[in-house]
Design a protein around this ligand. Structure first.
Ligand code: FAD
Length: 442
């Protein structure tokens, strides 16, 4: 059996979240790896503008970071958010805990800090070489080369592409791919600290649902919030003058407009980003010269409404590492296995993420939704471990994403049958549901 690292030149494209984590994992296996990153070293050059400032990291991301000993460090740089704070247009606000016990939290963490921690871990790992300001323009799997902008092509036997949603490697392979853009774009704004304190509750992910659009806000360690508008792209252009911007926010986001002293400037200067779902098949190319595989957003960019893109990219890295172990370091078998295991899961989270946009921008503000959510949490508490909401399964478990939709359908079917089939109220219904769920192995 060929051992991982034996004479194989392994390259990773992209020192983003996934690329760095994978470099650490491979280095630890004793596989020397070179990482090519387009940007200059962000630790010297400062963070790039136009990417999301912060991210929600939850159970899957933390489990992956734990494997390389970075979980605690990441949590130290993060703020827990135990639920959503919904800000209806009509005023007031309501807090909706994410978990039945109110204890579980997703974690708001700065993208730049997380990337820096991962870069430092990669740099400190024996066998990992980081090369900045190296833009990869494509790969040649037949020749076994990486093509670089402004430099000679370099040889590689294994190429792992973590170069993001607009992956140059993916494009150069000419795979069967479909990039599905939402008509919505996003723009970031800032709520700075007020008198040195958080201007909003820092223990929540804030949502201003507005039907076809919304704004959200996540807290930062410096006591500011980063707000993100998710609007149809044409709506961004509709506000021209500073007066129009100010008036629009005063009308539609009245409880927060006054907390944004730089609103007009931010609105004018911050770019409008695109939201894309990338579906691509296959993720691998095995040429005579090199084995190539995609991971993270390069393989499956998803919309951000479940806060899972990075969590999911980290899971890819763990799976690649596991497949290498299982195949005794046979790269081609390992990468095929990785794709087979991950594809259904990433397809599933892509769909759930699209679906969650409608939930966030619309359903969360309805009284019916709130009543249903309260009932769901009550069921979860009574049927501990057997009835678990979709949000909890996605965010607070590591159950494969692909198993979640079927599990939720089964739960709902059993519940509906139990409710319809009995005139018994309250506790009796729960007992029946519990029994039915137990019988189905939940
Ligand atoms: P990236 O992080 O995009 O890294 C790609 C790297 O490759 C970069 O360093 C880039 O410079 C480099 N690169 C690109 N092209 C080249 C090239 N040609 N040559 C060399 N290097 C190259 N996820 C969550 O889990 N939780 C959230 O709350 C969340 N919120 C989000 C909010 C928004 C608005 C957006 C847009 C995304 C959000 N995501 C979130 C998704 C998350 O950002 C991505 O899923 C994650 O960054 C994917 O990691 P990656 O390493 O695959 O790609």
């Amino acid at each position: 059996d060929e051992q991982a690292g034996d004479g194989q030149r392994v390259a990773i494209v992209g020192a983003g979240l996934a690329g760095c984590l994978l470099a650490v994992l491979l280095g630890r296996r004793g596989v020397p790896v070179t990482v090519y990153e387009r940007r200059p070293d962000p630790r010297i050059a400062g963070a790039e503008r136009g990417r999301s400032i912060n991210l929600a990291i939850s159970a899957r991301g933390l489990a992956a970071l734990e494997q390389v000993g970075l979980r605690d460090q990441a949590l130290k740089q993060a703020l827990p958010m135990h639920g959503r704070m919904v800000h209806p247009r009509s005023g007031g606000r309501n807090f909706q805990p994410y978990s039945a016990d109110g204890e579980r939290a997703i974690n708001s963490i700065g993208r730049a800090e997380l990337n820096r921690s991962l870069l430092e871990a990669a740099e400190a790992t024996a066998g990992v070489t980081l090369r900045f300001s190296q833009r990869v323009t494509g790969v040649d799997a037949a020749a076994g080369t990486i093509l670089l902008d402004g430099a000679d092509a370099e040889p590689a036997d294994v190429i792992l592409a973590g170069d993001g949603a607009y992956s140059a490697v993916r494009r150069s392979l000419g795979l069967d791919e479909d990039a599905d853009f939402l008509e919505h774009g996003y723009k970031e704004l800032t709520v700075p600290p007020k008198d040195g304190e958080f201007a909003l509750d820092p223990d929540a992910l804030h949502i201003w649902p507005r039907g076809t659009s919304m704004m959200i806000a996540l807290p930062n360690l410096d006591r500011s919030f980063t707000c993100t508008l998710f609007w149809p792209k044409s709506d961004f252009d509709a506000l021209g003058t500073p007066e129009e911007v100010t008036a629009y926010f005063a009308r539609h986001y009245p409880d927060v407009a006054g907390l944004m002293p730089d609103l007009v400037d931010d609105y004018r200067h911050n770019p409008v980003g695109s939201l894309v779902t990338v579906r691509c098949r296959p993720w691998t190319r095995f040429g005579d010269g090199a084995a190539v595989a995609l991971l993270g957003d390069a393989a499956h960019a998803i919309v951000p409404f479940f806060g899972q893109g990075a969590n999911c990219a980290f899971e890819d890295c763990i799976e690649i590492d596991r497949c290498l172990t299982e195949t005794g370091g046979d790269w081609r078998r390992a990468l095929s296995l990785y794709q087979d295991r991950r594809k259904a899961n990433t397809d599933a989270i892509a769909e759930m993420a699209l679906d969650n946009f409608i939930e966030m921008r619309d359903r969360v503000s309805s009284p019916v939704y709130r009543a249903k959510q309260a009932a769901t949490h009550a069921l979860e508490r009574r049927l501990a471990g057997r009835y678990v909401s979709r949000y909890e399964l996605v965010s607070f478990s590591t159950m494969p994403y692909a198993e979640i939709p079927a599990r939720i359908r089964r739960q709902n079917r059993i519940l509906a049958a139990a409710v319809a089939g009995t005139a018994l109220a309250g506790a009796a219904t729960l007992a029946l549901t519990a029994r039915a769920l137990r019988r189905r192995g939940n």
